[in-house]
Ligand binder design. Structure first.
Ligand SMILES: Nc1ncnc2c1ncn2[C@@H]1O[C@H](COP(=O)(O)OP(=O)(O)OP(=O)(O)O)[C@@H](O)[C@H]1O
Ligand SMILES: [Mg+2]
Length: 655
C-alpha cells in the first residue's frame, strides 16, 4: 500500500480537535481542570461585579431617598427579588475582594496554560521525533524533507497558538456569553432582545469577514512554507547557483513567491483587522440601543410591565440600577462575542496543523517480527560455544525455538546467501530480478555495473532498509526476516554511498560506529582507513569539531572518516558502497590493504566503479538492469571475454 502523503496544508482530518484535547487531558489533567475552574471563577467574578454595581446604585439611591447615609447605614433593598440589607461601604469592599480574586484567577490560569503549552510542545515534538526515527526508509523516499521539517516549525506553532490562546479564550468567552446572557434575561427581556439582534449582526460579520480571514490566513501559512522551502533549497544549492550564475534567476523566483506571500498576508490581515472594529462598533451601537430601550421601558408604563420578568411594579430608581448593571453585562457580552470570533482563525489553523502532525504520528513504523538475537559468546576448549555478558566481540545468533522451547546458538560467521531475490521500490517497476549470490566467510564479493544497475539496492536489502518481494536471504543459514533488525544491522559494518557526518568531533564521528570503542580502537580504525595522518594534521586533531556535514573537510577526507567509522564497528560483515570513489588511487590502495587486513575471515561486499578496486575479489558480479549478467573472479571474467572484459579494457560502456 502506498504511504499516506503529508496532508495538504490547510486540510483538517475529522476528529482532530477531540484527539488533541484528549492528548492534552491525558498528560495534564490537573492543570487543565484547575485552569478551567479559574476561568469559570474569573467570569463569575466579572458577572458578579456587574450585578454588584446594580446593587450599589440601588442601595445608594434608596438610602438617600429615605434620608439615610448609605455609606454607614444599612439600607434594606430588593434586587432581582433578593432582599439585601447592608451599607454601600460593605458592598464596595465585597466588590474589591471579588475583583481581586478574579484578577488572581486570571493570572493563575494564564500562567498555568503557558507552562502546559510549552510542556506539551516539548513532549509532542519528542513523540514526533521518536516516531520518525522508526519510520521505514520508504517514508523519507516519498516525502519532501522540507515538508517534514515544517511539521516541527510551522505546524507545531499553530498548535501552540491553539492551546495557549484559542482554547482558554474560547472557553472563557463562551462562558462569559452564557453567564451574561442568562443574567440579562433575568433583568429585562426587551433589552436582551436588542442584545440578541446585535449579536446576530456580529455573528454575520464573523461568518462573512472572519471566514474570509481564515481562508487567507491558511493561504498565508501555505505560502510561508513555500518561501521557507525556497530559502532552504537555495542555501543547500548555493554553490550550484553560483557556478551556473543563476543568482538573478534565483532572486526572481524568490521575489515571485515572496510577493505571493505578501498578497495573501495582506488579504488575511485586512479581513482580520476589519472584523474586529466592525464587531466593536456593533457593540457600541448595541450599548446605545440598549440604553434607549431602557429609557423607553421607563417612560412607557405598559412597555415596562411587559418588559420585566420577576418584578413588574418597581420604582424608576430601582430600574436605574438594573440599567446600570445591564449595560455592564451587555458590554461584557459584546466584548466576548468579539473575543470568540477572533479565535475562529486560530482554531481552523491549529486544527490543520495538528492534523498534519497526527498524520506523521499515525504513519506506520518499521515492523520488526525478528526474534533471533545477536549475543557475545565464549569459545570453550572443546569447540563448543557459550553465551557471555563479556564483550568478547565473538558473536552468535541466539535462536529461540517456540515449538520445543529450546534455544540454539549459531556462531556468526558472515555466510550470506541470496536465492532468487526479486525487489521493487514501487510495485509497478521491478528493480532486481532473480538475484542469487553466495558469499562465504572471508570472501570479498564485488558488484560492478552501470549507474542505476541496482548495486546499492542489493545492499539496501541486506540491511533490511527495504524488504524483498520474492526469494530468500539467509545469514549464517537463518532467514534474515527472523533476525531482529537492530541486531542484523549491528552485525554489518556499512559505508553508505553518501557520506554523512554529524556535528561533533572527529573522534565522536568515528566512534559513532561503535559507541563503546576505546580511544585506541578509534585510532586503530583511523589507521586502517588511512585517515590517521590527515586527522592528526587538523587544527585540533581528533578533537576538531565538524559541522555542516563535515563542510570543513574535503570529499575524500569525509569518505575516509566513513570508512574509519565502519572499521571501528568491527562487524563480521562489511558493506562498502563506492567507499573510495573520491579518494586518489594511491590512498585507495593503502585503504584497501588496511581493509584487507581487517577483513581477514570476514565477508565483504564492495561496490565500485573503479574496476581496479575489485580485482582481488573472490567473486565479481556484473549487474545490468537489475540482473547479474556475469559472475566469477577477475581472471575468470577476463578469460570469458564478456562484458566485464570489455569494461575492463574500456571497449564497452554498460547502459
Ligand atoms: N528510493 C528509491 N525509490 C525508487 N526507486 C529507486 C530508489 N532508489 C533507487 N531507485 C531506482 O533503482 C534503480 C537502482 O538504483 P541503485 O541505487 O541500486 O543503483 P546503483 O547501481 O547503486 O547506481 P550507482 O552506481 O549510480 O550508485 C535505479 O533505477 C533507481 O532509479
Ligand atoms: Mg549506488
Amino acid at each position: 500500500m502506498p504511504p499516506v502523503r503529508i496532508r495538504e496544508r490547510g486540510k483538517t482530518k475529522k476528529g482532530t480537535l477531540k484527539r488533541l484535547i484528549k492528548e492534552l487531558f491525558k498528560r495534564f489533567p490537573a492543570q487543565l481542570i484547575v485552569s478551567a475552574l479559574c476561568i469559570i471563577f474569573n467570569i463569575f467574578a466579572n458577572v458578579c461585579s456587574s450585578l454588584f454595581m446594580g446593587v450599589v446604585t440601588l442601595t445608594l439611591s434608596t438610602g438617600i431617598q429615605n434620608g439615610l447615609n448609605p455609606l454607614v447605614d444599612p439600607v434594606p433593598v430588593k434586587y432581582l427579588g433578593i432582599p439585601i440589607n447592608t451599607t454601600v461601604t460593605n458592598l464596595i469592599i465585597a466588590l474589591v475582594i471579588i475583583y481581586t480574586i478574579g484578577v488572581f484567577a486570571s493570572w493563575f490560569w494564564n500562567r498555568t496554560m503557558a507552562i502546559v503549552t510549552q510542556k506539551f510542545m516539548n513532549v509532542f515534538r519528542k513523540a514526533m521525533f521518536n516516531h520518525m526515527q522508526d519510520l521505514p526508509i520508504r517514508y523519507f523516499d516519498t516525502h519532501a524533507h522540507g515538508a517534514i521539517m515544517s511539521l516541527y516549525t510551522n505546524d507545531i506553532d499553530t498548535i501552540r497558538q491553539f492551546i495557549s490562546q484559542a482554547l482558554p479564550t474560547t472557553l472563557s468567552a463562551g462562558l462569559a456569553i452564557i453567564f451574561s446572557f442568562t443574567v440579562m434575561m433575568m433583568q429585562s427581556i426587551w433589552m436582551t432582545l436588542v442584545v440578541i439582534f446585535c449579536a446576530f449582526l456580529m455573528l454575520l460579520n464573523t461568518i462573512i469577514i472572519g471566514g474570509r480571514a481564515s481562508k487567507y490566513f491558511i493561504k498565508q501559512q501555505i505560502q510561508v512554507s513555500v518561501v521557507e522551502g525556497d530559502i532552504e533549497e537555495t542555501i543547500q544549492g548555493l554553490k550550484v547557483i553560483k557556478v551556473f550564475s543563476h543568482e538573478e534567476k534565483s532572486k526572481q523566483t524568490f521575489d515571485l513567491k515572496n510577493e505571493q506571500l505578501r498578497k495573501h498576508a495582506t488579504s488575511a490581515n485586512i479581513a482580520g483587522n476589519t472584523m474586529m472594529p466592525i464587531n466593536g462598533n456593533i457593540g457600541n451601537f448595541m450599548y446605545v440601543l440598549t440604553a434607549i430601550m431602557g429609557v423607553l421601558i421607563l417612560v412607557i408604563p405598559g412597555f415596562k410591565n411587559l418588559s420585566l420578568t420577576s418584578y413588574r411594579e418597581i420604582a424608576a430608581a430601582d430600574f436605574y440600577s438594573i440599567i446600570t448593571s445591564f449595560l455592564m453585562l451587555s458590554r461584557m457580552f459584546s466584548n466576548n462575542v468579539n473575543n470568540f470570533s477572533q479565535q475562529v482563525t486560530f482554531i481552523v489553523m491549529g486544527m490543520a496543523g495538528a492534523s498534519r502532525c497526527f498524520d506523521l504520528l499515525d504513519e506506520q513504523q518499521e515492523k520488526d517480527e525478528g526474534y533471533v538475537e545477536l549475543c557475545h559468546i565464549k569459545k570453550n576448549l572443546d569447540g563448543s560455544i557459550e553465551e557471555t555478558s563479556e564483550k568478547t566481540r565473538d558473536f552468535a545468533w541466539k535462536h529461540f525455538h517456540k515449538a520445543d522451547g529450546t534455544t540454539t546458538y549459531t556462531e556468526v560467521k558472515g555466510d550470506i546467501v541470496l536465492t532468487d531475490v526479486d525487489f521493487a521500490y514501487n510495485p509497478d517497476k521491478t528493480i532486481l530480478h532473480n538475484i542469487s549470490i553466495y558469499a562465504h566467510p572471508g570472501q570479498k564479493i564485488a558488484f560492478v555495473g552501470a549507474t542505476g544497475a541496482g548495486k546499492t539496492t542489493i545492499t539496501n536489502l541486506l540491511n533490511r532498509f527495504y524488504d524483498i518481494a520474492d526469494g530468500k536471504i539467509r545469514y549464517d543459514g537463518i532467514n534474515i526476516n527472523k533476525i531482529k533488525k537492530d541486531d542484523l544491522r549491528h552485525s554489518l559494518g556499512i559505508v553508505l554511498q553518501e557520506t554523512n557526518l554529524f556535528t561533533g568531533t572527529v573522534m565522536e564521528n568515528i566512534r559513532y560506529g561503535r559507541l563503546d570503542a576505546t580511544d585506541e580502537e578509534v585510532y586503530e580504525a583511523a589507521k586502517i582507513a588511512n585517515a590517521y595522518d590527515f586527522i592528526t594534521r587538523l587544527p585540533q586533531g581528533f578533537n576538531t569539531m565538524l559541522s555542516g556535514d563535515g563542510a570543513n573537510l574535503s570529499q575524500g577526507q569525509r569518505q575516509l572518516l566513513s570508512i574509519a567509522r565502519a572499521a571501528v564497528a568491527d562487524a563480521p560483515v562489511m558493506i562498502l558502497d563506492e567507499a573510495t570513489s573520491s579518494i586518489d588511487t594511491r590512498t585507495e590502495k593503502l585503504v584497501q590493504d588496511g581493509m584487507d587486513k581487517l577483513m581477514k575471515g570476514r565477508t565483504v561486499f564492495v561496490i565500485a566503479h573503479r574496476l581496479s578496486t575489485v580485482q582481488n575479489s573472490n567473486a565479481i558480479m556484473v549487474l545490468d538492469h537489475g540482473r547479474i549478467i556475469e559472475r566469477g573472479t577477475h581472471d575468470d571474467l577476463i578469460a570469458q571475454k564478456g562484458v566485464y572484459y570489455q569494461l575492463y579494457t574500456g571497449a564497452f560502456e554498460l547502459e
